[in-house]
Design a protein around this ligand. Structure first.
Ligand code: APR
Ligand code: PHB
Length: 394
């Protein structure tokens, strides 16, 4: 088999890159370890920046999002019962975010790919990357018990945090930066109307909670929980009772509970590797970086990486601009670090850290109080939340 770009992983990064390259006339094949149903079964993020919604439209996968997604002009921050609205639209000169689940984004991208006829191999086993420093790299993998070889010009490692791509780069090349937080998020999805029209990020004595949604009739809620907690310890009723205690009173009274459709615990982590390119391999999305979900940046960073890489690859293939290859990593990393900062900051401000001393706690409370009480502070939060601009490639 031969293609121009071998894409490892059919999550949002791989599928979006594949569609944009296909639209630009660049051949690509996606190799995914799991089945399509398995990929669609993962419940993840739900807030899209404008940069990402524009990219989905450009990829020909934006129609259902535009019809069914919810445009949000703001969100609420709750500081120990006090509600403060961050007016995203007013503070950013008209920018908004789109509430539309990652599962739906993935479904739409899969449908667009199927319609375009571009090839994907699901259940590709034991993917291995070879000759990354040569100008003829290739990928080997197993399908139906057979070992196959895919020759290509470039490889896009879109295979998430646990993928093979980052691990294929020799030791000593990458520098890793990491922060593991001393808590996780317990998430619950339910077919109940959301507690509020806008998202509520609430800091409380009992820990953080987030009230989000997927539609007017489907809610997504999260609770900060200790690392030792297990989903089995959280029957639905315990979840709803705890969420009520962490919400301001008026919201708690409006909360509609119901059976969970999904419940899971995710640890919180910040992680970046530098650089994001090694020879003919590029790392994209979660393969290169992780953010805690507090700023809603994970999926959006995957989109900005894809935007940068696809614009570079179009010039490489159509104009022979091989010099641009080296620009991918520095351009992507500048935006990633800013989103890492915002996600780390939101996480630090809104959660209870078991080891914080009383002075640190007061400082954090005061910092958040100062930010929401100042126009400059609210503007900073808003411009980061709606998404910082994409840097041009030249
Ligand atoms: N071979 C082939 N495919 C693999 C391999 C492998 N060795 N390892 C992992 N994969 C696949 C996974 O099964 C998954 O479908 O790569 C895909 C990676 O997808 P994601 O983890 O979703 O990563 P990405 O596409 O970068 O999406 C960005 O944004 O909201 C955040 O973390 C969230 O998933 C989200 C991410
Ligand atoms: C979600 O709806 O899943 C969601 C929303 C905002 C976040 C994180 C998750 O910051």
């Amino acid at each position: 088999m031969k293609t121009q770009v071998a894409i490892i992983g059919a999550g949002p990064s791989g599928l979006l890159l594949g569609q944009l390259l296909h639209k630009a006339g660049i051949d690509n094949i996606i190799l995914e370890r799991q089945t399509p149903d398995y990929v669609l079964g993962r419940i993840r993020a739900g807030v899209l920046e404008q940069g990402m919604t524009d990219l989905l439209r450009e990829a020909g996968a934006g129609a259902r999002m535009d019809a069914e997604g919810l445009v949000h002009d703001g969100f609420e921050l709750v500081l120990d019962g006090r509600r403060e609205r961050i007016d995203l639209k007013g503070l950013t000169g008209g920018k908004t975010v789109m509430v539309y689940g990652q599962t739906e984004v993935t479904r739409d991208l899969m449908a667009a790919r199927a319609a375009s006829g571009a090839p994907s191999v699901y259940e590709a086993g034991d993917v291995q990357l070879h000759d990354l420093q040569s100008d003829a790299p290739y990928v080997t993998f197993e399908q139906n018990g057979e070992r196959l070889r895919l020759d290509c010009d470039y490889i896009a490692g879109c295979d998430g945090f646990h993928g093979v791509s980052r691990q294929s780069i020799p030791q000593g090349v990458l520098t890793e930066f990491e922060r593991v937080y001393p808590f996780g998020w317990l998430g619950l999805l339910s077919d109940t109307p959301p507690v509020n029209e806008e998202l509520i990020y609430a800091s409380s004595e009992r820990g953080f909670s987030l009230s989000s949604m997927r539609s007017a009739s489907r809610s997504r809620y999260y609770l900060q929980v200790g690392l030792e907690e297990k989903v089995e310890d959280w029957p639905d009723q315990r979840f709803w009772d705890e969420l009520k205690r962490r919400l301001p009173e008026r919201a708690a009274r409006r909360l509609v509970s119901g059976p969970s459709l999904e419940k899971s615990i995710a640890p919180l982590r910040s992680f970046v590797v530098e650089p994001m390119q090694y020879g003919r391999l590029f790392l994209v999305g979660d393969a290169a970086h992780i953010v805690p979900p507090t700023g809603a940046k994970g999926l959006n960073l995957a989109a900005s990486d894809v935007s940068t890489l696809h614009r570079i690859l179009v010039k490489v293939f159509h104009e022979g601009r091989h010099d641009l290859i080296e620009r991918y990593s520095p351009i992507a990393l500048r935006r990633i670090w800013k989103a890492e900062r915002f996600s780390w900051w939101m996480t630090s401000m809104l959660h209870r850290f078991p080891d914080n001393d009383p002075f640190t706690r007061r400082m954090l409370e005061t910092e958040l109080d100062y930010f929401v009480g100042s126009l400059a502070g609210r503007t900073t939060i808003a411009e980061n939340y709606v998404g910082l601009p994409y840097e041009p490639i030249e």
